[in-house]
Each structure stands twice: as structure tokens, then as C-alpha cells.
Design a protein around this ligand. Structure first.
Ligand code: URA
Length: 433
């Protein structure tokens, strides 16, 4: 088999066989196929697309390129949740304890933040001592005992995707549905959870800007998972404005704690109830989505979800005093205020731009090697459609660098738009199952 023939076949609109896809992925991962040939194939795929079968074969080949994670020692149905990435998305911190408090095991491997979106591991490290580096035995033991553990990826999962994603990034071949779906699903399916709930973000701060594209991507990912014997459902959720009010690591942990005490922002609570009820349903803990929501509301109201969070923090060596007394969490030296210069309604708060401002303040990483300031970030005081009067505070900017803080205040004046009308807004655009 020759890579030249595979490129030519795809260039001419042909359908690649399983063997051809395996040849490409194996050869590329091992360094036998050069970047220029892989780039040419990616561009041919970009223009001529892939059939469902090709996409499934590509996903399988990428899974086989690395380690898979065996969760068979965890008792019960194992469910996983994955978000395609958003701004202010602290859902895992809230959802994990809520679902675990309902008796369903949550074994979650999370990532770090990169670019304008944040990562769960960074957020958790705002809590002194919290250990994200569990080996698979510790991870399994904690889940079996407490029903909840969150750790970083230790195994070498889907190395083919790591290499290919970096190449796609520099060859303008990222935004192809088959390539995105196989990339995300190869990493998810490498872990042998029984069911997966995908939170596919749509809007200004998301990878998918248009609802139609998000539907296509969701359908492709659900089909790949189902074909491999897993229960998969995708919820298409809004990422035009940040989720909740807080953006930044320790600030988001604080908001997550408030939410677990049943004092959370409406959108975050609603999202957790929806994603969580699907997790409980696929995990066979409830017979309907409505029953799932009731159960989840109850663990918020009774404090069981909050207690589960404390137990989870302690099990991974975190100092739970940081949860009980939020003033112990990393605090920035300065808090600047952005005040409204007119009256009206908040019309838009571009999530991607807010994420970029948080990056300027040091709350995120420009590259994988950058260090982050856990205390920095933005706390909105208003959400889209809220009424504002001239002089009202719209946002608080938490910073250790006054110049950067002032730069962000000026940027936010253009990012947060105010006009005279409320607009229609939605949190959940649809479900693909
Ligand atoms: N996220 C991924 O993991 N892969 C993609 O291709 C796009 C977003």
C-alpha cells in the first residue's frame, strides 16, 4: 500500500477502506508517513468529506493508536460527560457531586485549559493540596468508595489524534465535521464508560458558531459512539454568553460551591439539571428525565451534593477548609469595576471575547507551557437581558496586575453591549440521541 495512492483516491472523491485508514494512522503515528503527505490527505478529506463508515474507521484507528482505560473494576454503570469547551464552564465541578450524590459512579478524566476556555484540573488546583495525579488503582478505589473522582489523563490516549490535531491546526483543516467528531470521540471512547453525555456548545464562545453545524457534529458523534456499543446523547447548549457569572479558576470554584449550596446562577443550575438527568437516565438510576431532575434538585436542596463535594475534595487530599471558607481560595490583589455608561438592557456579552480578556489577566494559557494565575478573572454582575441603569456595576475584574486590569476594563466597554430591548435567549437548543 502507498500513501500516494490513498491521497489520490480521496482527492478524486473515492471512499477509503478500513485498511487504507489503518495504514495512514499507524504510519503517521509511528513517523513513517511525513507531515506533507498527511497534510495533503487532510485537505482532500476537508474538500471531499468522509462517509459515516470512513469516520467510524478513522475513530477506531485513532483509539487503537494508544492506550485504552479499563474501568471494569468500577462497580455499576459508568457514565461520562464531555463538553466541547466553553467560557465559565464549571459544570463538571457541580455536576460530578450532584450525580454522585444520587448514587451513580462518576469517573472523570479532565483536561487543563488552553486558549480562551478553562480546564477543570486547573480550577480544582485552586484548592490547596488537591491531587489530580491519581493512578488508575487510586482512581478506581476512590470511585468505588465515594462514587466520584476527577483526575488528569495519565495514559497515552489517542496519540494519533494529538499529532493530527496539531497538523490540522496549522493546515486550515480543523473545521471538518468528520475530523472533529473522530478527534473528540477517539479520546472519549478510549475510556470504557458505558454511557456518554456530550455537551456540545454553540455560539460565539464555542467551536461551533452555528446551530446547524452543531447538530451535524452531534449526530456524527452520537453515531460513532452508538456504533461502538455505547449509549451516547448530545445536548446542544448555548455559549454566546459565559455560563454563570464567574470566569477564572478560583472564581469559578467559588461559584461552583455556591451552586452546590443551592445558590447558583439560573443557567448553570438548569444546565446541570439537564445534563445530570440524562446521566442518571443512561446510568439506569431513574426511569425518566423528569424523575432525574427531581432527584438532582433534591440533592441540591438537602445539601447532599455539597457534602459529596467536600468528601470528594478530601479524598483527593484537598483542604476542605478552602471549600467551607471561600475567602481561603486564591484572591487577586485588585478588584476593578466596570460601570455602565448608559441605561437599558444587556444585549450581548461575547463569550469568546470574555475568555480572551480572562487570558490577558492570566487566568488561562496561551500555550501548553504557560503558567496561570488562579485568582485572576472576571465576575459579571449582569447577564444578557438584565436591566441596567447608568452607573450600575456590570462586571468585576480580579487582577494582580493593575495595567492589565485597566486594559480589560476598556476592552469590556466594547464587548458588553447595551441597548433598549430584551432579546430571545435559550440555553438548550436541542438533543440528539
Ligand atoms: N476538540 C478536539 O478535541 N478535536 C477537534 O478536532 C476539535 C475540538
Amino acid at each position: 500500500m502507498r500513501m500516494y495512492d490513498i491521497i489520490k483516491k480521496k482527492r478524486d472523491g473515492g471512499e477509503l477502506t478500513k485498511e487504507e485508514i489503518n495504514f495512514f494512522i499507524e504510519g503517521y503515528t509511528k513517523g513513517k508517513i511525513p507531515d506533507y503527505q498527511a497534510s495533503a490527505l487532510l485537505m482532500a478529506i476537508y474538500f471531499n468529506k468522509m462517509t459515516k463508515e470512513e469516520t467510524i474507521n478513522l475513530t477506531e484507528a485513532m483509539i487503537k493508536s494508544g492506550d485504552t482505560i479499563d474501568l471494569s473494576l468500577i462497580n455499576g454503570v459508568k457514565v461520562d460527560k464531555h463538553s466541547t469547551g466553553g467560557v465559565g464552564d464549571k459544570t463538571s465541578l457541580v455536576l460530578g457531586p450532584m450525580v454522585a450524590a444520587c448514587g451513580l459512579p462518576v469517573a472523570k478524566m479532565s483536561g487543563r485549559g488552553l486558549g480562551h476556555t478553562g480546564g477543570t484540573l486547573d480550577k480544582l488546583e485552586s484548592i490547596k493540596g488537591f491531587n489530580v495525579n491519581l493512578d488508575i488503582n487510586e482512581f478506581t478505589q476512590i470511585v468505588n468508595k465515594n462514587k466520584l473522582a476527577i483526575c488528569g489523563q495519565t495514559a497515552d490516549v489517542a496519540p494519533a489524534d494529538k499529532k493530527l490535531y496539531a497538523l490540522r491546526d496549522v493546515t486550515a483543516t480543523v473545521d471538518n465535521i468528520s475530523l472533529i467528531a473522530s478527534s473528540i470521540m477517539s479520546k472519549k471512547l478510549a475510556m470504557d464508560s458505558d454511557a456518554i453525555v456530550l455537551d456540545v456548545k454553540v455560539g460565539k464562545g464555542a467551536f461551533m458558531k452555528e446551530i446547524e453545524d452543531a447538530f451535524l457534529l452531534s449526530k456524527e458523534m452520537v453515531d460513532i459512539g452508538t456504533n461502538m456499543g455505547r449509549d451516547v446523547v448530545a445536548l446542544l447548549t448555548d455559549m454566546n454568553e459565559p455560563l454563570g457569572y464567574a470566569v477564572g479558576n478560583a472564581l469559578e470554584v467559588k461559584e461552583a460551591i455556591e451552586t452546590l449550596k443551592n445558590e447558583g446562577p439560573k443557567d448553570l443550575v438548569e444546565l446541570c439539571l439537564n445534563l445530570g438527568s440524562w446521566l442518571l437516565f443512561l446510568g439506569k438510576k431513574v426511569k425518566s428525565i423528569e424523575e432525574g431532575k427531581d432527584k438532582l434538585l433534591k440533592v441540591l436542596e438537602t445539601g447532599k451534593a455539597y457534602d459529596k463535594f467536600i468528601e470528594f475534595i478530601e479524598a483527593q487530599n484537598g483542604d476542605s477548609e478552602y471549600v467551607k471558607d471561600k475567602t481561603k481560595l486564591p484572591q487577586a490583589k485588585h478588584i476593578l469595576e466596570l460601570r455602565s455608561e448608559k441605561s437599558g438592557y444587556i444585549n450581548s456579552i461575547d463569550a469568546e471575547e470574555i475568555g480572551k480578556c480572562a487570558l490577558i489577566l492570566g487566568a488561562g494559557r496561551e500555550t501548553k507551557e504557560s503558567s496561570i494565575d488562579l485568582s485572576a478573572g472576571i465576575v459579571l454582575n449582569k447577564k444578557v437581558n438584565d436591566k441596567v441603569e447608568n452607573g450600575d456595576t456590570i462586571a468585576y475584574i480580579h487582577t494582580n496586575d493593575l495595567n492589565k486590569g485597566k486594559e480589560v476594563v476598556n476592552k469590556l466597554k466594547n464587548i458588553i453591549k447595551i441597548n433598549n430591548n430584551r432579546r430571545e435567549k435559550k440555553l438548550i437548543y436541542g438533543i440528539v440521541d
